[in-house]
Design a protein around this ligand. Structure first.
Ligand code: 2IT
Length: 445
């Protein structure tokens, strides 16, 4: 079937799943040409199979809060594609979580994981539970209730979840403890574990570090040195923290962070103390960035606004999907930036992506830029399997190599006749070809 017809049918069938449709549409549009060059793909209904998750698990998560009140949340695990390895992808605990968001993230993860060079299939999971304002004991009981169902569906050779928004080392700890208790097995079933119990060095930093390694390579294609450049970052969580840390280390100046409440503009730039403070902000569980203004004089809080209105050389989305829209893209383009990159998954709306690419802006998508996180999860799996812990340098060297390889794949498949590198096309085609070839080899399953 024609790619356009497949998209149309999906829009009809899944009309209530806008994020899923957005992610699918972007990938299918990118791969249209290569798909048409491979009639065997059409015969094998490759795309029809690729867009359908292999399995969706939805379950009830009942738990009791500190006052004795009973709550019921919905749990999800979308096991999207296992062509190139066991299912792999994070768990998101956030009030906004629904099936559409889980499916878009699982779909994206499939191609992202393919780009990492490591053998990992794609999955995503989570719950509409919010850790905001919850006590430690409540978070533990929720994680225990969540794992009481999830444990049947995962395993080190089957499906290996990790963190995402709302799921950090604390939550992974409670989830791991429950899995171990239920199965009597100590195994590498989750990544993002603590260093003392099977975690990998650099994993907390990896998404942000990998993103900056990638951005640096993007800049090098235009002979630009990152040193001294200003960086506008959104978010203040794990990904924003790692990105701010590495950007600062490379000599750039991070001038914004943001939260659901608004953004902070700090013209002096973030230093080590301010970057450490981001961890405190996150640990408070309030999901706001405003307190930064009180803490550091010279900084300013802009309520209900986004950091994209500030002029910067480099813009990095580090919060969540669709946080940069068409209007924001216009504003950013007016600032004539050197580089724009999604570090959050699908950080830009389809309209924003189209505008940035039409303007020949140096721009790259999340599935390439943020793949260092899951890649380092893959390295954690390897260390668990061989029962060794690698040094910081060993892990960081491998992360460098992986980000370099992802960049090369994007250039290979995304370079246009006029020399412009379409990283969206490059990442989508490279990821697709790997998954497609694996699926073809394995027959109609
Ligand atoms: O979006 C992502 O790649 C993640 N949340 C990390 C997934 C993982 O398995 O480390």
């Amino acid at each position: 079937m024609e790619v356009d017809k497949i998209i149309q049918d999906l829009m009809h069938k899944h009309a209530g799943e806008p994020e899923y449709l957005q992610a699918v549409k972007e990938v299918l549009t990118s791969i249209k040409d290569v798909y048409n060059q491979h009639p065997e793909f059409e015969k094998a209904k490759l795309i029809e199979r690729l867009v359908e998750p292999e399995r969706v698990i939805m379950f009830r998560v009942p738990w009791v809060d500190d006052r004795g009140e009973v709550h019921v949340n919905t749990g999800y695990r979308v096991q999207f594609n296992s062509a190139i390895g066991p299912y792999k992808g994070g768990l998101r605990f956030h009030a906004s979580v629904n099936l559409s968001i889980m499916k878009f993230l699982g779909f994206e993860q499939t191609f992202k994981n393919a780009l990492t060079t490591l053998p990992m299939g794609g999955a995503k999971g989570g719950s509409d539970f919010s850790i905001r304002g919850r006590s430690d004991a409540e978070v533990m009981r929720f994680c225990q209730a969540f794992m009481q169902e999830l444990y049947r569906h995962i395993g080190p050779n089957e499906d290996v979840p990790a963190g995402d928004i709302g799921v950090g080392a604390r939550e992974i700890g409670y989830l791991f403890g429950t899995y171990k208790k239920l199965t009597h097995q100590w195994e590498g079933v989750l990544t993002g574990k603590g260093l003392e119990w099977g975690g990998s060095r650099i994993r907390p930093e990896a998404t942000g570090y990998g993103a900056l390694y990638f951005v640096n390579q993007m800049l090098q294609t235009r002979d630009i040195d990152i040193k001294g450049k200003t960086v506008a970052i959104s978010g203040f969580g794990n990904v924003a923290w790692g990105a701010a840390k590495k950007a600062t280390e490379l000599g750039a100046k991070v001038i914004t962070i943001s939260g659901p409440d608004g953004y902070i503009y700090d013209p002096a730039g973030l230093d080590d103390e301010k970057i450490e403070y981001m961890l405190e902000l996150r640990a408070s569980g309030n999901d706001i960035c405003q307190p930064y203004e009180e803490e550091f004089s010279g900084s300013q809080f802009f309520e209900g606004r986004k950091p994209w209105e500030q002029k910067a050389d480099i813009y990095l989305t580090c919060a969540t999907q669709n946080e940069l829209n068409g209007e924001d893209a216009d504003m950013i383009l007016a600032h004539k930036p050197l580089c724009v990159a999604e570090v959050s998954n699908m950080g830009c709306t389809a309209e924003a992506v189209d505008k940035l690419i039409a303007a020949k802006q140096l721009f790259a998508p999340g599935k390439a830029v943020n793949a260092g996180g899951v890649a380092t999860s893959g390295l954690e799996m390897t260390q668990n399997s061989i029962r060794l812990s690698w040094s910081e340098k060993e892990v960081d060297d491998k992360l460098h190599y992986i980000m370099h390889s992802i960049h090369e794949q994007c250039v290979k498949y995304g370079k246009q006749p006029d020399g412009y590198i379409d990283y969206v096309k490059g990442a989508n085609v490279a990821g697709f070809m790997k998954v497609a070839n694996a699926m073809m080899a394995q027959g109609i399953v």
